[in-house]
Design a protein around this ligand. Structure first.
Ligand code: UD2
Length: 329
């Protein structure tokens, strides 16, 4: 039986990958330090068998050498989801994003190398492309991140490619494009825009748009990202391959607001703030490489994903604490 390690498995995307693996009966180990992950997500990730022979949880930090080495013992495939997300957070505090995302990744790759892990699937980010005027963004474009966060995620990719070349490791890099879905934390000032706007819609509050709302994203429902990961763990792809995981269509924030209004039957009130420093204007993926090499297909549309996500925020009645404001300069 293949044994999987998910770093960041108590987080949003990691918990969905874990749940998919457990649903098919696979062994899953999670390593998480709860920096942004939640204990509550472990229930969804590992089910009632948490702590049993097929569902292990280790609390630990990626920068803790002993914890990471223990986590990699006996593992065949690593899904490396753990990272400090958010462009805005990295603009505030680049050093902490750097330390977690870059040093943490190098530490994990070293432990995976020494434990003879068969494959490492790395959670990359569309922020690696920066603000290229050419759309859609394809993997042959040079990396040119703008924000410190983008630099950390892109550097992690480069390390994955380096470890493929230097140590012969089978690493695969998936560049996620603005993932959304159930369990995405809506309570942090650094939360993703869909989480924040869904919560505002559910609570009948107004949402803040940074800028004119004409910026666009290739918003990708989390189930599509899980499917991409499961394929990337199994398919025969050259070591160090970079693949966009997205839908191949872009939605503006203004369109997001009107779609939320259509689904809820009530227009979401918005206020406008200054554009965020480090922001990218348009993000749209070319997904032909993932289609070709992985057989990847984004089966859940933006609209269907948004309906499911909104339903989850409705039924989970998330924390009532209002998020703190992040300076936009
Ligand atoms: C970046 C990456 C994404 C992922 C993510 C992790 C790009 C294009 N995407 O997402 O792939 O790695 O980082 O954090 O680099 N906004 C508002 N109001 C709000 C919150 C956000 O208007 O209350 C705007 C924000 O200024 C931006 C857009 O919404 O223009 C999306 O912001 P986000 O924080 O959800 O994600 P983004 O694109 O920085």
């Amino acid at each position: 039986m293949t044994r999987y390690l998910i770093t960041g498995g108590a987080g949003f995307i990691g918990s969905h990958i874990a749940a998919a693996l457990r649903a098919r009966g696979d062994f899953v180990r999670i390593l998480d330090n709860f920096a942004t992950g939640k204990r509550a997500n472990l229930v969804a990730a590992l089910g009632s068998e948490q702590g049993g022979p097929l569902a292990e949880f280790l609390e630990g930090d990626l920068r803790d050498d002993a914890a990471v080495r223990r986590a990699c013992q006996g593992i065949d495939v690593v899904f490396h989801e753990a990272a400090l997300p958010s462009v805005a957070r990295s603009v505030e505090d680049p050093l902490t994003s750097d330390d977690n995302n870059i040093r943490g990744t190098v530490n994990l790759l070293l432990a995976a190398r020494d434990a003879k892990v068969r494959r490492v699937v790395y959670a990359g980010s569309s922020s690696a492309y920066g603000d290229t005027p050419t759309l859609p963004k394809h993997e042959e474009m040079p990396g040119d991140p703008i924000s410190p966060y983008g630099v950390t995620k892109f550097t992690g990719e480069l390390y994955c490619r380096s470890f493929a070349r230097v140590y012969g490791m089978s690493t695969v890099i998936l560049r996620y494009f603005n993932v959304f879905g159930p369990r995405q934390d809506p309570s942090s000032p650094y939360s993703g825009v869909i989480a924040l706007f869904c919560r505002a819609a559910v609570e009948g509050r107004s949402a803040t748009i940074h800028g004119d709302g004409e910026q666009s994203r290739d918003f990708t429902y989390v189930d599509n990202v899980v499917a991409g990961n499961l394929l990337a763990a199994e398919r025969d792809v050259p070591p160090g391959t970079v693949l966009n995981v997205a839908t191949g269509s872009a939605v503006t924030l203004n369109q997001l607001v009107s779609t939320l209004g259509e689904i809820t039957g009530r227009k979401l009130a918005v206020t406008h703030g200054a554009p965020r420093t480090g922001d990218i204007k348009h993000s749209l993926a070319d997904i032909s490489r993932a289609r070709k090499l992985l057989g990847y297909e984004p089966h859940v549309t933006f609209r269907a994903g948004l309906e499911r996500t909104l339903e989850w925020y409705r039924s989970s009645a998330p924390s009532t604490a209002a998020p703190k404001t992040v300076p936009s300069a």
